[in-house]
Design a protein around this ligand. Structure first.
Ligand SMILES: [Zn+2]
Ligand SMILES: [Zn+2]
Length: 454
């Protein structure tokens, strides 16, 4: 067999590899490269392999860095089956259209300048039409059902986000596992990652190959303290959050505190159309929940509990400004770069009663990062604002395995060969070195197109 790596090679985005065996070619993942705009754009537009040779595709989960270039693949002639879990398909119905909309809007914005210069306008990477075509190719496969098509494969729960999977394959009598993105134990809502037993080949993500997370239990008690503080001073808690998984976990954690009598009821406003849509997918798929969350959904309607309000209309979003605290506003984008969160930050950052609660990763140079750094003055819509609101960072919600989780996962599978993917060099290398010291054979493909004959 041959494995070719075309993305997530010493980086975290653009996941994509091809497995070839006995005349069958399988594309696993087709993620979007993100990062520096021009560079990412070029990598997304050019496929470094022949699309027409692919027989079918396997997809681990709905995150855009794994799925976001599928509509472009389809635009370029791919019309084969794409196997993934039912929840992943339901999430992608919203995520791929949202992604298409962003590409259309980006192209429009760039074209305004291009046309002024008298040059030929660019096409969006893909359109909503391409995304809709792509969605027609998806074929649902539930966890732990075995399938055969050139190879044997099955999806196992990866415990990372709703519907996320590890993909277990049997190729030429070798067991091979691709972790997709690997979750961690005790995350709210979803179950813990599955351990598939001994494998021969392990393709493992390494996002946090050199970092340790605090236990998720700390997040619950910290959250309780934060909300009590906000309640006592009638403040607003502004939570920038990614629309998928993080927002639902935060809603779940807050409502659990209320249901368990730890804090009194407090109005929650979920102000992001995409978050509202994705939360409806969660409500539709309780079969993916862990036991506790399943009961919370059936008995307490956890996503509709108490004074929760889902806002899509812009007028309702603006009306929040006139309302008195205490209240919680969950909005997007997660890194405070665009979207309605900017309005909420602008309106609330200068009031010391308020709390800005950061629950997700904030990349360099984003407004979110400036808040994490507790800068005294920040610019929002080009205007300076004095940060008087308290900023609190809760990192425990991370949906990725940390260094210890990854090492113990590899140990339980005791593979003959490990390939590390989906990690920046400074995270991947130390993990790779440790695994080598433990006696494993480790490869870290670096250049897109690198291939291995096994
Ligand atoms: Zn992911
Ligand atoms: Zn990922």
């Amino acid at each position: 067999m041959k494995i070719e790596f075309y993305g997530a090679t010493k980086e975290v985005t653009g996941s994509k590899f091809i497995l070839s065996t006995n005349g069958t070619k399988i594309l696993v993942e087709c993620g979007l490269f993100q990062g520096r705009r021009k560079e990412a754009e070029k990598k997304n537009r050019e496929f470094l392999f022949d699309i027409k040779d692919i027989d079918y595709m396997l997809l681990s989960h709905a995150h855009i860095d794994h799925s976001g270039n599928i509509p472009n693949l389809v635009k370029n002639g791919f019309l084969k089956d794409i196997y993934t879990t039912p929840a992943t398909i339901d999430l992608l119905k919203y995520l791929l259209l949202d992604s298409a909309y962003i590409h259309e809007r980006d192209a429009e914005y760039i074209n305004k300048k291009i046309i002024k210069r008298g040059e030929t306008p660019i096409e969006p990477l893909y359109t909503s039409e391409d995304a809709k075509h792509a969605l027609n190719l998806f074929k649902p496969k539930i966890y732990e059902n075995k399938h055969e098509r050139g190879i044997k494969f099955e999806f196992l729960d990866a415990g990372h986000i709703l519907g996320s999977s590890e993909i277990l394959m049997e190729v030429e009598n070798k067991r091979m596992l691709f972790t997709g993105d690997l979750g961690r134990s005790n995350l709210p809502i979803i179950r813990d990652p599955k351990i598939p037993g001994k494998v021969d080949i392990l393709i493992m993500e390494s996002t946090y190959g050199d970092r340790l997370h605090r236990d998720i239990e700390n997040a619950k008690s910290d959250l309780e303290e934060i909300l009590k503080r906000a309640l006592s001073r009638k403040g607003k808690v502004i939570i920038p959050s990614f629309a998928l998984e993080r927002a639902q976990e935060v809603i779940y954690a807050i409502n659990s505190l209320i249901i368990n009598g730890k804090i009194p009821e407090i109005p929650i406003y979920v102000d992001s159309p995409l978050t509202v849509e994705l939360t409806s997918v969660f409500m539709k798929h309780p079969e993916y929940f862990d036991k506790e969350a399943y009961i919370m959904l059936q008995e307490n309607h956890i996503f509709n509990y108490g004074q929760i309000n889902y806002i899509t209309d812009v007028r309702d979003s603006k009306a929040l400004n006139a309302k008195e605290g205490p209240m919680i506003i969950i909005s997007a984008s997660g890194m405070c770069e665009h979207g309605r969160i900017l309005h909420h930050l602008k309106n609330n950052i200068e009031d010391e009663r308020n709390i800005i609660l950061i629950v997700g990763y904030q990349a360099k140079n984003t407004l979110g990062r400036k808040l994490v750094e507790k800068q005294e003055e920040v610019n929002i819509f080009g205007q300076p604002y004095q940060r008087k609101a308290e900023v609190v960072v809760l990192n425990e919600f991370s949906a990725h395995a940390d260094r210890n989780d990854l090492i113990s996962f590899a140990e339980k599978l005791s593979p003959e060969q490990i390939f590390l993917v989906h990690g920046e060099e400074e995270q991947m290398e130390p993990l790779g070195e440790t695994l080598k010291e433990m006696g494993y054979k480790v490869a870290m493909p670096e250049v897109p197109g690198t291939e291995y004959e096994i």
